[in-house]
Design a protein around this ligand. Sequence first.
Ligand SMILES: [Zn+2]
Length: 602
Amino acid sequence: MTPKIISTLLATALAAASTTALAAPAAKPTAAEAERFLADTEAKLNKLNNEQARAAWVGSNFITDDTEGIAAYFAERYLSASGEAAVGARRFNGLKLSPEASRKLMLLQQTVVFADPKEREQYAALQAALNGAYGKAKYCPTKDACMALGEMEKVLANSRDEAKLKEMWTGWHAQAPAYKDKYVEYVALSNKGAKQMGFADTGVMWRSQYDMPPEAFAAEMERLWQQVKPLYDALHTYTRYKLRATYGPDVVPATGPIPSHLFGNMWSQTWTNLYPILKPAGDTKSFDLTKVLEERKTDAKQMTKYAEGFYTSLGMQKLPESFWERSLLTKPRDRDVVCHASAWPINEKDDVRIKMCITPTAEDFTVIHHELGHVYYFLGYTKQPFLFRNGANDGFHEAIGDTVALSITPAYLKQIGLMDQEPDVNADIPQLLERALSKVTILPFAYTVDKWRWDVYSGKTKPADYDKSWWQLREQYMGMKRPVEGQGITGFDAGAKYHVAADVPYARYFLADMLQFQFHRALCREAGYTGPLNRCSVYGNAKAGAKLQQMLAMGASKPWPEALKAISGEDKIDGNALLEYFAPLKTWLDQQNAAFAAAEKK
Ligand SMILES: [Zn+2]
């Protein structure tokens, strides 16, 4: 589960402006005018955003046609205003202004805008159509027995029947070509909107949001991937041996790409469901947090209190009273709500909330620590001006809560009374392996989802080559291939992924994944910890907490390398932190792989 976050600037990224004139007026504007424009714009957007947040909150907590309509109305008002602001900001480009004002103008302009109302409508309609087509897609083995994506995912997660897995995989991937034409149309229109804002294409606009030239960002992604690739390769090799033992050498080749329907996930992005196949021999779970939480009848509030306790142990404030009054922590018995966990900043004072249907499980224990990461980020940067109330870049927000979740170690659980005795060091490998099956496997996937789109948006990859390019990247970076012959020039396998159909950028998940280990390492260092990173918990360490707070308070007010520097002293993302964290696993994988190779030679 990837909890989502309601974030102002992310929401405006796809705004369609209701404006009539894109041409800049002839008179040269002054710096004073720019400052006034920004002050007015921030006041206006702040108000509209608060209204929109309230309407959206009600819309997802009491789902009816009326509340949906109200939420859509206020969302549209906000989007129109931010689109207008994006266009209005352009006339001040090139003026000599304070660094804050220049940064605000830059942030305002990271969006596509359409001058022609017809195009604006068409853009919104295509977005809705693609979302709808993805959401309604079904695989129908027989005329009256159709399967939704969720059911097919369950089969992929649990079945070991290769033919069945292949059927599910191909069944789902056969759906996307139906909306390929719409996607092609959407890409062209989106590019037009990006060009109107001065970007070469939408992909360039996406890569321009990282305080460096777009081509430098692309190079940075590749550099980071190369850093961690040896760990992925070791995991891939180990998994190949285990899959060969499970499905036989006819299905899983000794070398070359592995068919992608065997990884327990529709997109092979996380392999957690393969854990029963991959787990070390003799791994018996000695401790089960879910069992403990269930036995103690830990309720939703108590679960949240545990997480709050982590943050206050770092010296952070208690959650405001209104958080407890207004959050939704349990699934209501009498009505529909969106249960997907999310964190909400409702206003710039201290109205922060979460919406989550908490159950007493180990997974929710982690998720609630994650969600409060968003909440403490909101509270941390609440004193910033409106346009800076955001993560330093879009990877930061997701990374905070995950960083804290890395501190949920046996030592922490023992300290808060949920575990009697810490397991010995041998228990580390199973835990690290399970964690790597999501945190390491996602990296080449997250990278290439956007790498593919950069080329689609630039026109380098033509629609007839969508599948060719998609699978070339899959093979090169993930070591995977299509399980059966593809659909050639009409194929659209990328569109079988939600974030492609719905056009949500994906690089942020790659960055968040990298950053959380770097934050974790930095906080552990600050706490004076010198042992293995995977055993470090900064629970109770106010010194580490102060470092974290310092970064949270900056919000998006400075280029993100400065925020990274505030917490870590480093101004570049460093994949070595992730490698250090998984170092014991890498050693173990290398030993296993060497033993497998030796056994095959005999
Ligand atoms: Zn999140």
